[in-house]
Write a protein that binds this ligand. Structure first.
Ligand code: SF4
Length: 329
């Protein structure tokens, strides 16, 4: 049957103004449904770079200004240039961090925005001339080039959110394997993530298989480090729908011998609707899950592809459920 998966809490670095503190320049806090929900499932490390370099709350806002071809972090109201303070803080803070599995930063902030932050030609009133990453966010991306890093705005998109959740729970699972120091746990990790990795990147999945196969030729720490590098790279992009379809067909192959012609037709019809974009992947996945339970298939039952993160973190819009607002009331 489908194993009830035990999830390990991922460690997430988050901008403190998202659901943790009223530390924005004007004393505001940002709401984020997913961060609020994740509080029960993840360990958060929060940071407010502007506050932590001593700008205080409330404070005059800072902006990115291009000075002689170089982006600087400037507080227009006071004329202060805090670029060096921010660089020093970011460097020291990021090097003191314990291992993390993902990052959620505040969208479009000159410090925390991961992209699309306005760059101005002067501190005073002016139109933006360019876009960039915020100063702290840029340092985060440099320090963790392959880690899942998102902003709370992008996480409102269901596909981006689902993949981010998949990444952080896969990586937290891998952390546990890596710290165990036990090669057999790495083998088991690879086995239960086979379908997920197959959907994400088949080339890297094969390379990871080779590392496992030759695991005995080198110390565990070295094999695990090579495996982690490829795992991060494999998870860097969400699987395209075509890869998901291939994986679902592959899974069907494991149970098709038990199915009637009509059952197979029902599944293939559901897969076609997914291919056409009429339904989400949940429908064909759930049909398969019901067969995994019915035929008690332990191999499929432990595949993380079917349960990549805790179910209660899955969200669809109110309009797509029969819950919430009564549209006929
Ligand atoms: S965006 Fe970053 S620097 Fe600005 S208030 Fe939030 S945590 Fe602090």
């Amino acid at each position: 049957m489908v194993k009830t998966r035990t999830f390990i809490s991922p460690h997430i670095l988050v901008s403190r103004c998202i659901e943790f503190d009223h530390c924005r320049y004007n004393g505001d806090m940002i709401t984020s449904h997913i961060v609020r929900k994740l509080k029960g499932d993840a360990e958060f490390i929060h940071v407010c770079p502007e506050n932590d370099i001593g700008l205080g709350v409330p404070r005059d806002p800072v902006r990115i200004v291009r000075v002689e071809g170089e982006n600087r972090l400037i507080q227009p109201a006071t004329g202060r240039d805090v670029t060096e303070e921010m660089h020093r803080f970011s460097e020291a803070f990021l090097h003191s961090l314990p291992p993390i599995d993902g990052v959620i930063l505040k969208t479009r902030s000159p410090s925390c925005g991961i992209k699309d932050v306005n760059v101005y030609p002067r501190p005073g009133r002016s139109a933006a001339i360019d876009k960039s990453a915020g100063f702290f966010a840029g340092a985060v991306q440099e320090r963790f080039p392959l880690h899942p890093i998102e902003d709370e705005g992008r996480l409102r998109n269901v596909r981006i959110r689902d993949h981010f959740l998949t990444c952080i729970f896969t990586l937290s699972d891998f952390d546990r394997v890596e710290t165990s120091g036990r090669p057999e746990r790495l083998v088991r990790f690879h086995t239960r993530n086979k379908f997920l990795l197959m959907a994400c990147n088949q080339r890297l999945q094969r390379e990871m298989g080779t590392i496992i196969a030759h695991g005995g030729d080198q110390p565990f720490a070295s094999a695990a480090a090579q495996y982690r590098e490829r795992l991060l790279a494999a998870l860097a992009r969400a699987p395209p729908y075509t890869a998901n379809i291939n994986v679902l067909l592959h899974a069907l192959g494991h149970v098709s011998g038990h199915l009637s012609r009509d059952e197979k037709a029902l599944f293939l019809d559901s897969l076609e609707q997914y291919r056409q974009g009429y339904i989400s992947i949940c429908a064909p996945k759930n049909i398969l899950k019901s067969w995994i339970v019915r035929f008690d298939d332990p191999y499929l039952g432990e595949q993380t592809f079917f349960a990549p993160f805790p179910d209660h973190l899955m969200e669809i819009s109110e309009a797509e459920t029969d819950r919430g607002r009564d549209f006929w009331g």
